[in-house]
Design a protein around this ligand. Structure first.
Ligand code: GLN
Length: 232
């Protein structure tokens, strides 16, 4: 189905560091599953985009204020968010998980977090999960604007544990970061492309149509496998 774009260029907000979905490569270019999907969908559906890699909560704010038309940032579709955003069809099945340093021996269950400091990125599903369970498990939450700060904090030991989306932790482990995931992941939500509620409906539709096309042709699998590898 062909939908007519209503703008010359759509501004798309994204996270600044959320590998393998979006990350700045050593050549200075942003790459990742979200980046490739968005670019190919724009090509297929015949619209132009201007990508802004500004961070997860900044991207949500940019949508709110109208500085961005759409957002792709490994954003989980939740009922709460549906009050403020309209989502495309889901494009990736995810979930959140706790990570600790590889040599950590005392955190094996959520109850072991008593008196510990746990980090997460502002505005994320992980941050919401930690907030919802902090009285139950007795930890303190430390918030970070960007993933590099979060992962560095765990590395230098200024936090005892952190929470993030499991494919992102998995990618970091594959890249050689000294992390491990002692607790089973939380059954997770699906990622969607978002527009502000009631705004740019054609953009959301074009995303869903383009996604269907990429799935039909097998290009979706190629893109995902290029970054994640099949079976993971
Ligand atoms: N999937 C998580 C969320 O939607 C994290 C997204 C991110 O950090 N870019 O909250």
């Amino acid at each position: 189905k062909k939908i007519e774009p209503k703008k010359d260029v759509y501004t798309i907000a994204s996270d600044s560091a959320f590998a393998p979905f979006e990350y700045k490569d050593s050549d200075g270019e942003y790459k990742g599953i979200d980046v490739d999907l968005m670019k190919r969908i724009a090509e297929l559906q015949g619209f132009k985009i201007d990508f802004k890699f500004i961070g997860f909560s900044s991207a949500m704010q940019a949508l709110e204020s109208g500085q961005a038309d759409g957002m792709i940032a490994g954003m989980t579709i939740t009922d709460e968010r549906k009050a403020n955003y309209d989502f495309s069809d889901p494009y990736f099945q995810s979930g959140i998980q706790l990570a600790v340093a590889k040599d950590n021996k005392d955190i094996k269950a959520y109850k072991d977090l008593k008196g510990k400091t746990v980090g997460a990125k502002v505005g994320t599903e992980s941050a919401d999960f930690l907030e919802a369970h902090k009285d139950e498990y007795g930890y303190t939450i430390k918030s970070f604007d960007a993933a590099d700060q979060l992962y560095d904090a765990l590395k230098i030991g200024s936090i005892d544990a952190m929470m993030d989306d499991y494919p992102v932790i998995g990618y970091a482990v594959k890249q050689g970061q000294d992390l491990k995931t002692p607790i089973k992941r939380e059954v997770g939500g699906e990622y969607g492309f978002a527009v502000k509620k009631g705004q740019n409906p054609e953009l959301r539709e074009m995303f869903t149509e383009g996604l269907k096309e990429l799935k039909r042709t097998g290009e979706y699998d190629k893109i995902v496998n290029q970054y994640i590898g099949s079976g993971s």
